[in-house]
Every structure is written in structure tokens, then in C-alpha cells.
Design a protein around this ligand. Structure first.
Ligand SMILES: Nc1ncnc2c1ncn2[C@@H]1O[C@H](COP(=O)(O)OP(=O)(O)O)[C@@H](O)[C@H]1O
Ligand SMILES: O=P(O)(O)O[C@H]1O[C@H](CO)[C@@H](O[C@H]2O[C@H](CO)[C@@H](O)[C@H](O)[C@H]2O)[C@H](O)[C@H]1O
Length: 484
């Protein structure tokens, strides 16, 4: 039985802001209520599916939680404890304290998800669906992945990955919608969708469409994510001996070429560019392309600038770059041409791509977690994704510098020179691969690329300030370079 709501909501309101995936860290929780509660497994342990209504700043966000309830909490689950509560049922001789925890980390309970997906079950408002022809195994044990994530993903053996969306958005989740359409269209650059979980808002509600709660896909167990591969290459490059100290030393630093690194990433970056162009083509074929009138392009540039102003207010360290950033947005506004827009990835970076034995696969079409649902759904020019990936090369190049003690003790300016050389080489390779595979040539669209890249950098400054303040120097350092 679910513990009494007041005790439960108190514990949840205290626990939620400490979670990596909680999107409302910049303000207090004004109120928290249980929106829906569905019992998925009875006994000890018990499993309850909860949708939490979190009130902040006059708005309500909905978060998904698998709540585990146990009499005793084993050591392996201590790190996900939410709190204790008295399970106080009048007249119940078993009345005593129970322990509440995040059951996404409890394989004894998560196997229920596979059982219900395989059965295509409906439980209360929850619907478990499988893709046409998919046969889902139920004999697998789950393990949560430890990635820096906005959601929580569970690996089931080495066969499936089940992404449980944390902050829920109205209607069909973009990740499901895009992946399902691309899977059905035979696109080789996305993992196949096997099933999904949704919440039926029920008759009589104004928000008719089901809400996507989870997505079960093929787990590409041989894949290595682009971020780890890129960081390995940067580490190797930083360990590469500096130019010999002779008469031409300063000049040698100025012309530093990262191709000398043993773990060069450029060939992979080029292939990634080609895969990106192929996915953009598949998205255009599946969902169509439309022209954004010049007036709307100007409005888009104005929005970018407004976001800059707002972010400078919240993060004053961005202000020294504001003039150059505004200049790029004004250049975009002055373009006076319509823009061909389509469905794109929306939050494209090295952590969203996997290198498998057959090539690069793109993940997570959900868009930027800090954006509203409407903003995420908006069509965009495909070079917006290209700009996202270029930012990611900038991040990868500087990540090790921001982590003290991880690189050889070279003067800071020299490390920045190395970082720039690595980023420049891989940016160029990615753009080459993208254009050669039929994408719009980034070199021929410098105004667009610059505006999109700066827009993303502003987003990153805000994202890091809110979520990972220790990372803030990474986008700021790269901006210093790009706006110099
Ligand atoms: N189908 C898959 N096969 C293998 N690994 C995956 C798969 N889907 C996701 N991953 C791994 O999980 C990580 C997080 O997945 P992602 O969909 O980006 O979640 P989030 O939206 O929470 O950021 C990825 O960076 C990748 O390493
Ligand atoms: O993957 P998510 O959809 O959760 O995206 C959010 O988090 C990302 C970090 O995990 C963040 O990406 C930024 O950091 C990356 C390195 O960790 C870097 O490669 C990206 O270029 C940089 O934007 C992303 O912006 C955010 O939306």
C-alpha cells in the first residue's frame, strides 16, 4: 500500500531537487502533489508508478517516478533512498515504518516493466505497447546506466535499453515519434524501437493525447559513445610531446596540427558528418521540409538575442562576449532570405552518438531539456545540428583542461592552443563529411553556422550555470576563442 500522501510528498519535495535529472533547480518547489499513482507490483517490495505534479514559479511540471516500498532496505539500494514513512493503517497489525526509494535501481522490481511490455498490458492509466512484430524477452535483469543524463535509462542484459523519461511532456514524446518513424522507414542510423510505455490521460481531460513515459530500444552493446572516443583522442593529443624548444618554437606552436596525435579522431569525425547528413535526409523525407519566411527568420534572430540578454543577467560572466554574439544574430537577421526548415535532432552533441561496428548511430531526438515542448517541436535548419556538434568538439577539446590534474603541466595558454588545434581539425573533418554526403555545406553558410553556434553557446552557459557550475569555464573559454 502507498504510504500516506503528506509524509510521502514531504520526503519527495526534499529528495527531488538533489536529482541530476530534476529540471527546476533554479527555484524552490512551492508545492508537490501526487498526480497519478498506479500499483504495478504488490507485496514487499512493492512498486508504484507515480506522476508527481511539481509547482514552481506559477507553473506545474510533471515528473515520473518508480517508487519502491520495502520494510528493510538492502545496502545496495541505500544510495537511492527517498525517506522512511509510517505505513500506518488503522487496525493493521503490520503497521510499521517502510522505506521508500527510487525503484529504477531495483532489478527485482523493474522486471515488471518487461513483463508488461511483452504482454501489451494496460494497468490503470498505463499502457504498455510493443512495436509491430517485436518479441520482447522477459528473462533479463536491469542495470541503470551511469551517464550524465536528463532521464534514467536501464539496460536489460545486453539486449535492450529502456529510457524512462523523467520530466514528462504533453503528448507523444519526440524521441519516440522520431525514432519510430525512422525505424519504420528503415534508417540504419537509429536504434530500432521495440516498445513504449504511455499514460492515457483518460476521457474527459482536455489533453487527449497519451503521454510517453518510456521507450524500449535495441541496445547497441558494441557501441562506444562519441564523447568518450573524442576525449580519448584529446587525452592522447595532450600527451603528445610539445614542439622542440628551438628558434622556431613560437611559430611551431602557432601552426600546431592535431593530426600528429596517435589517437586522431578526424576520420571518425568525417564519418559522423556523413551519418548526420543521412539522418537529416531521412528526417526530411519522412516529415517534410518547409520554408520559413524571412520575417520569421528575423524573429528567430531576435529571440536568440533576447535569450542572450536574459542569460547575461543570470550569468554575468557571459557579458564580455555579448557584443560579438549580438553581431552574429544581427547578421542572421540581415540575411533577408527564407530558410528551409525540417525536423532535426535538436540537441546534437558527442554524447548523443554511438560508434558501432557498422557506423555511427544517433540517439535522443528529444531536443534540449531546458526548452519548452513547443520550442522542441519547432522545425529548424539542419545546420543547427551541425553547429551543435561543432560546439561539442569545442567542449571535448577543453574538458580535460577544466579538470585539474588530468593533463600534463603545460602553461595554460599552450593547453588552450592545443585544444584549439584539436577542435579545428575535427570541426573541419565533420563539416567535410557532412557536405560530401549531401548536407548543406557549412563553409558556404557561415552566417547561419555562426548564429546557431552562438545560440547554442548561450544555451550551454545557462545550462552549465544551472546544472554543472564546475563546467561553466568550458563554454566560456571556447566563446573567448570564437569571438576573439
Ligand atoms: N540504443 C542504445 N544502445 C546503446 N547505448 C545507448 C542506447 N541509447 C542510449 N544509450 C546510452 O545512454 C546514454 C544516454 O541516452 P540518451 O538517450 O541520450 O538519454 P538522455 O535523454 O537522458 O540524455 C547515451 O549517451 C548512450 O551512451
Ligand atoms: O544529453 P542531454 O539531452 O541531457 O543534453 C543536455 O546535457 C548535455 C550534457 O550532458 C549538454 O551538452 C553539453 O555538454 C556536453 C558534454 O557533456 C557537450 O558535448 C555538449 O556540446 C554541450 O552542449 C546539452 O547541451 C544539454 O542539453
Amino acid at each position: 500500500m502507498l504510504p500516506p500522501h503528506p509524509a510521502l510528498t514531504r520526503a519527495l519535495a526534499e529528495w527531488l531537487p538533489r536529482q541530476r535529472w530534476f529540471g527546476g533547480k533554479d527555484g524552490p518547489i512551492d508545492d508537490l502533489a501526487i498526480g497519478t499513482a498506479t500499483e504495478l507490483h504488490t507485496g514487499d517490495p512493492a512498486l508504484h508508478h507515480l506522476v508527481l505534479d511539481v509547482h514552481q514559479n506559477g507553473a506545474i511540471d510533471h515528473y515520473q517516478l518508480l517508487l519502491g516500498v520495502r520494510r528493510e532496505l538492502p545496502d545496495r539500494l541505500r544510495h537511492v533512498e527517498i525517506g522512511a514513512s509510517t505505513h500506518d493503517a488503522p487496525g493493521d497489525p503490520d503497521s510499521r515504518a517502510v522505506r521508500l526509494y527510487d525503484a529504477a535501481h531495483d532489478p527485482d522490481l523493474t522486471r515488471t516493466l518487461l513483463d508488461e511490455l511483452a504482454a501489451g498490458a494496460s494497468i490503470g492509466p498505463l499502457r504498455f505497447r510493443h512495436a509491430d512484430g517485436a518479441r520482447i524477452r522477459t528473462d533479463l535483469t536491469s542495470l541503470p546506466i551511469t551517464a550524465e543524463q536528463s532521464n534514467t535509462s536501464l539496460l536489460f542484459g545486453d539486449a535492450y535499453i529502456c529510457k524512462l523519461f523523467r520530466r514528462l511532456s504533453r503528448g507523444v514524446n519526440l524521441d519516440l515519434e522520431v525514432n519510430l518513424a525512422l525505424t519504420r522507414g528503415g534508417c540504419a542510423h537509429v536504434p530500432a524501437v521495440l516498445g513504449w510505455i504511455e499514460l492515457d490521460p483518460g476521457p474527459g481531460t482536455s489533453q487527449g493525447e497519451p503521454v510517453t513515459l518510456g521507450l524500449l530500444s535495441d541496445y547497441l552493446h558494441t557501441g562506444a559513445d562519441g564523447w568518450s572516443l573524442a576525449i580519448a583522442s584529446v587525452r592522447d593529443w595532450f600527451a603528445h610531446p610539445p614542439p622542440p624548444r628551438d628558434a622556431g618554437w613560437e611559430g611551431a606552436w602557432a601552426e600546431l596540427d592535431a593530426s600528429a596525435a596517435g589517437g586522431d579522431f578526424a576520420a571518425e569525425a568525417e564519418r559522423l558528418g556523413a551519418a548526420t547528413a543521412a539522418v537529416h535526409r531521412a528526417l526530411a523525407d519522412t516529415f517534410g521540409v518547409t520554408l520559413l519566411p524571412a520575417a520569421e527568420v528575423r524573429a528567430m534572430a531576435a529571440r536568440m538575442n533576447a535569450e542572450l540578454t536574459e542569460t547575461c543577467r543570470a550569468v554575468p560572466r557571459l557579458a564580455p562576449h555579448a557584443k560579438s554574439l549580438t553581431g552574429a544574430f544581427l547578421d542572421l537577421a540581415a540575411r533577408a532570405e527564407p530558410l528551409a526548415v525540417q525536423r532535426v535532432h535538436g540537441d546534437y552533441h558527442l554524447g548523443q552518438v554511438l560508434r558501432t561496428e557498422s557506423g555511427w548511430t544517433l540517439l535522443d531526438f528529444e531536443g534540449e531539456p531546458a526548452r519548452t515542448q513547443n520550442e522542441r517541436r519547432a522545425l529548424a535548419h539542419p545546420l543547427r545540428d551541425v553547429a551543435g556538434m561543432l560546439r561539442s568538439f569545442e567542449y571535448a577539446a577543453r574538458f580535460l583542461i577544466a579538470k585539474p590534474g588530468t593533463v600534463p603541466p603545460e602553461p595554460a595558454g599552450r593547453l588552450e592552443t592545443r585544444a584549439h588545434a584539436w577542435a579545428a581539425r575535427n570541426r573541419a573533418a565533420f563539416c567535410r563529411g557532412y557536405a560530401a554526403a549531401g548536407g548543406p555545406d557549412p563553409a558556404a553558410h557561415s552566417v547561419l553556422i555562426r548564429a546557431f553556434e552562438f545560440e547554442k553557446a548561450v544555451y550551454e552557459v545557462r545550462y552549465e550555470a544551472r546544472n554543472r557550475p564546475a563546467w561553466l569555464p568550458v563554454p566560456l573559454k571556447s566563446l573567448a576563442h570564437l569571438t576573439a
